[in-house]
Ligand binder design. Structure first.
Ligand code: ATP
Ligand code: MG
Length: 390
């Protein structure tokens, strides 16, 4: 089963792009599920139809699912929810309702990841297209399988040990209700599910992330940051979708002339930041993008006659490795001459690599902001930049 995840800054067109992609895939004969993990659901608006709380058939080969977190909390997370509620009460807080509990960030994504496991087992779909919440949230969540497992291992491991002692003695630890066996079992289930989904998420031949952006400076910067973090989390980011591109003729009347010039500059910035990644474009449409006909137009614009199932590259152009205490950024840089490489630190968190006529801006992850660059090498069309942390 193939998983295509669309993410990007708020309002750039993630939902529309996801829906358009899913539509195209279904037309090509793939059994497709369009799934949203954004609690502010808008798949229904985009498809121009009512989606219930369960899987809805949109058309032949196309189903849609907006994760209803309240429903999830009341069913799958019941034991954990009851425990958290009891815990909150013991700490002097009011009774927590399922609705309030559902505000806990990340639950949609965890639920979505569980569904992904389930659908893979059932073999019902060839491809899942995932529409997500704006970048910040989604990045945190895509790191979930790692982060959650760390917490579950350390945190719950400790609670479990404490419990054995507590049960044998007083039955309560520090005025805190003890999680029941059911809760621990639920936590165990989460951990197993996370372990499984991690394998799928980090398989570059099955899961790919596509970044949606607009040709605007602030959006580009956020997208660069997202790209860096996704590489750091070992996700295969293989395509960029530049949405809302003003067509040339918009400038003819003069009104959009300056905008078009700005756009040209920003398109260059996009290339300097993401080449040689696959880049797709979609023009700004004149009318509201709603309903299957419009989504078809959008899919035609983005993919032409290509099949969106395709994996444009099974390795992201950038990756992070740590070897012998040295952190390395490895970047694909085809067609360059090694003696023409120059590195500039634009500011603490940005490095510019200048190679002949190619420029590449890299947004460093926080851990490398204070690290020193200790060298750069070329090998097999790859540039390796080495860092030493203080
Ligand atoms: N190329 C386009 N031309 C015209 N309108 C567009 C285009 N792309 C998206 N829109 C419109 O912009 C609005 C936001 O798009 P969309 O909901 O797809 O963005 P999003 O990234 O999912 O937003 P959010 O972060 O709020 O989830 C919608 O009304 C959509 O119809
Ligand atoms: Mg959206």
């Amino acid at each position: 089963m193939r998983l295509i995840i669309y993410t990007g800054k708020g309002g750039v067109g993630k939902t529309s792009t996801s829906a358009a992609t899913a539509y195209r895939l279904s037309e090509l004969g793939y059994k497709t599920l369009l799934m949203s993990t954004d609690s502010a659901h808008s798949l229904g608006d985009s498809l121009d139809m009512d989606l219930g709380t369960t899987i809805t058939k949109v058309k032949p080969n196309l189903d849609a699912l907006e994760i209803d977190i309240i429903h999830e909390m009341k069913t799958k997370w019941k034991d954990i929810q009851n425990y958290v509620a009891a815990f909150m009460l013991s700490q002097g807080m009011g009774e927590i309702s399922a609705e309030e509990m559902a505000i806990l960030p990340g639950m949609e994504m965890i639920s979505a990841l569980f569904y992904v496991n389930q659908f893979e087992d059932e073999g019902k779909y060839d491809v899942i297209v995932m529409d997500t919440a704006p970048t910040g949230e989604t990045l945190r969540l895509l790191s979930f399988p790692d982060v959650t497992n760390w917490y579950l291992d350390k945190g719950f491991g400790m609670v479990k040990r404490l419990m054995h002692i507590a049960r044998a003695t007083v039955g309560r630890v520090m005025d805190m209700p003890l999680p029941s066996d059911e809760v621990l079992e639920s936590v165990g289930d989460i951990k197993d599910n996370m372990d499984r989904v991690k394998v799928l998420l980090e398989d570059p031949k099955r899961t790919t992330v596509r970044l949606v952006l607009n040709p605007e400076k602030m959006v580009i910067r956020e997208t660069m940051r997202a790209y860096t973090y996704l590489c750091l989390y070992n996700k295969n980011v293989e395509t960029l979708v530049v949405n809302r591109v003003l067509p040339e003729e918009a400038g003819e009347g003069g009104f959009f002339k300056e905008k078009l010039e700005e756009q040209k500059e920003n398109m260059e910035l996009i290339h300097h930041s993401f080449d040689p990644m696959e880049i797709k474009y979609c023009e700004m449409m004149r009318t509201e993008l709603r309903g299957l006909d419009k989504l078809k137009l959008m899919a035609d614009m983005i993919y032409g006659d290509e099949d969106p199932y395709k994996i444009y590259s099974d390795r992201s152009p950038m990756s992070f490795v740590t070897e012998g205490g040295v952190d390395k950024i490895v970047m694909k840089m085809p067609f360059v001459d090694s003696d023409k490489v120059e590195l500039f630190r634009l500011d603490q968190s940005t490095i510019m690599v200048h190679v002949g006529s190619q420029k590449r801006n890299i947004q460093l992850p926080d851990a490398l902001v204070h690290a020193q660059v200790v060298g750069a090498d070329f090998k097999d069309d790859e540039l390796v930049i080495k860092f030493k942390r203080d």
